[in-house]
Ligand binder design. Structure first.
Ligand SMILES: *Cc1c(COP(=O)(O)O)cnc(C)c1O
Length: 407
C-alpha cells in the first residue's frame, strides 16, 4: 500500500524527469571521455601497483597524471595522494605561480574560507607574507562577472594570476559554468599574454560536458575526495594545466630539483583509477539526488540555491532556513541516514581553517569525503545548509523520504 510519503516521492521524481535526462546525457558524454583517456594512455593493471620510498619510475603515478591531463583537457597534470586536500592543492598552485611583487586578481570575490590564511597575514608564510599582492572583484548580484571592471583592473595592475572559484563555497551565489567563462578568458588572454588563469574547480568536475580548461583556463585544481575521486579515491588532489604552468607548480609541489620525479604510494593506485572511471556516473547520482532534495524543500516553501528550475553548475544544493535550529536539524538528519556513524549526533564546532562555528554531517567511508552524502554549514545568518553528494541516488532518496516526514 502506497503511503503519502511514497506518493510525494513519486510525484516529485516525475517532475524531475527532464532534468534527470539532461544529467544522464552529460554523464554519458563524460563516461566516454574518461574511457577514451584510459585507452589512449594505455592503462593496464600494472599501473595499480604501489611503490615505496622515492618512487622513481612510478608508472601508476605517472600514467594517472596523463589520464587526468587527457580527461581535463590540459597538457600536463599532477595527481597525488601527497596533496593532502583541495586547499593544499590550490595553495601549491598559487605558491608555484606567484612571486614577490606579483598580483593575484580574484574575479569571483573572496576565495573559499580555508584559503584566507594562504592569502593574508604576517609571519604565517602567507602569500602576503611573501610579498604577493592581492586584489579582488566581486561577482554581480546575479553571479555574473563584472567584465568591464575586470578588464580595466588587468590593464592597470597586470596580474600574474587571474583566479576564479567555480563552486559557491559558503556563499549564496551561484556556481559558474565553463561556458560562461569563455568570453572572459578570451579577453583576459588578449589583454595579458603571460598571466595564468587559475580555476578552483572543486565540486564542478563532470557537472558539465566541458571543463574550464576547455575554454582557456591555464590551470584547474581540485580535491580527489570530491567529484573526480568517484567516491573511491582515499585522499589527494589534482592539478591540470599547461606545460609551462605545471612546470612552475611542480617546483613548489616537491622542490626545484625533484619536480615530478618522486612520490610513492605503497597502497597502490587502483582506487584512483577506478574512482575516476566511476566519477561521471557518481556525479550524476549526486546531481539527481540534490535535484530531488532541492525540489522537496522548494515545494515545502524553502528557498534553495540554485532554484530547482535552474541547471546546476556544481554538486551542491543550498537550502536557506530561517533559524539555526532548523538548519541544525537538517544537518543532523543527513547524519541519521549515513552508513558510517549513523548513530551519532553532529554538533557545531570550531573547525581549523574556518571563521565561524561549523556543523558537518559526514558519515562517510572516506573521512570528510563530500562526493558522499554530506552536509556542512557555518552557523551564521542567513542559515544556509550546503548539502552535496550521494554515491547512489537511492541513498539520497532515503534522505529525501525523511525530509518529507520531518518538514
Ligand atoms: C572543498 C573546496 C575547497 C577545498 O577544500 P578541502 O576541504 O581542502 O579539500 C576549495 N574550494 C572550494 C570551492 C571547495 O568547495
Amino acid at each position: 500500500m502506497a503511503t503519502n510519503v511514497d506518493k510525494i516521492l513519486k510525484e516529485t521524481e516525475k517532475k524531475l524527469q527532464p532534468q534527470f535526462e539532461r544529467i544522464e546525457q552529460i554523464a554519458f558524454k563524460n563516461q566516454k571521455k574518461v574511457l577514451q583517456a584510459f585507452i589512449d594512455m594505455r592503462v593496464s593493471s600494472q599501473c595499480f601497483a604501489g611503490t615505496t620510498g622515492y618512487g622513481y619510475d612510478d608508472v601508476g603515478r605517472d600514467t594517472l597524471a596523463k589520464v587526468y591531463a587527457k580527461v581535463f583537457g590540459g597538457e600536463k597534470a599532477i595527481v597525488s595522494p601527497i596533496l593532502t586536500c583541495g586547499t593544499h592543492a590550490i595553495t601549491t598552485v598559487l605558491y608555484g605561480l606567484l612571486r614577490a611583487g606579483d598580483t593575484m586578481l580574484s574575479v569571483t570575490g573572496l576565495p573559499y574560507d580555508t584559503l584566507h590564511e594562504t592569502l593574508f597575514g604576517k609571519g604565517n608564510s602567507s602569500l602576503e607574507d611573501y610579498g604577493v599582492k592581492y586584489k579582488q572583484i566581486d561577482l554581480n548580484e546575479d553571479s555574473t562577472f563584472k567584465l568591464d571592471e575586470i578588464y580595466s583592473a588587468i590593464k592597470e595592475i597586470n596580474p600574474k594570476v587571474v583566479y576564479l572559484q567555480r563552486s559557491r563555497g559558503y556563499s549564496s551565489r551561484k556556481a559558474l559554468s565553463p561556458y560562461d567563462m569563455k568570453e572572459l578568458f578570451d579577453n583576459v588572454k588578449k589583454l595579458s599574454k603571460d598571466c595564468f588563469i587559475v580555476v578552483d574547480n572543486c565540486y564542478g568536475e563532470f557537472v558539465d560536458d566541458i571543463e574550464p580548461t576547455d575554454v582557456g583556463a591555464d590551470v584547474i585544481v581540485g580535491s580527489l575526495i570530491k567529484n573526480p575521486g568517484g567516491g573511491l579515491a582515499p585522499t589527494g588532489g589534482y592539478i591540470v594545466g599547461s606545460e609551462k604552468a605545471i612546470y612552475l607548480i611542480s617546483t613548489r609541489y616537491t622542490n626545484p630539483s625533484l619536480k615530478l620525479e618522486v612520490g610513492s604510494f605503497e597502497m597502490g593506485y587502483r582506487l584512483f583509477y577506478q574512482g575516476l572511471f566511476l566519477a561521471p556516473h557518481t556525479v550524476a547520482q549526486a546531481l539527481k539526488g540534490t535535484a530531488l532534495v532541492g525540489q522537496i524543500m522548494q515545494d515545502k516553501g524553502y528557498k534553495v540555491i540554485p532554484s530547482n528550475q535552474e541547471k546546476p553548475e556544481d554538486i551542491v544544493k543550498s537550502v536557506v532556513f530561517n533559524t539555526a535550529e532548523e538548519l541544525i536539524k537538517f544537518v543532523q538528519t543527513v547524519q541519521t541516514v549515513s552508513p558510517i556513524d549513523g548513530y551519532v549526533l553532529p554538533l557545531a564546532w570550531d573547525m581549523p581553517g574556518y571563521q565561524d562555528k561549523v556543523i558537518m554531517a559526514a558519515g562517510t567511508f572516506v573521512g570528510g569525503s563530500s562526493i558522499e552524502l554530506s552536509c556542512d554549514s557555518p552557523i551564521r545568518a542567513p542559515y544556509i545548509a550546503y548539502f552535496q553528494g550521494g554515491l547512489t541516488y537511492e541513498h539520497v532518496k532515503a534522505f529525501a523520504e525523511k525530509l518529507i516526514e520531518i518538514y
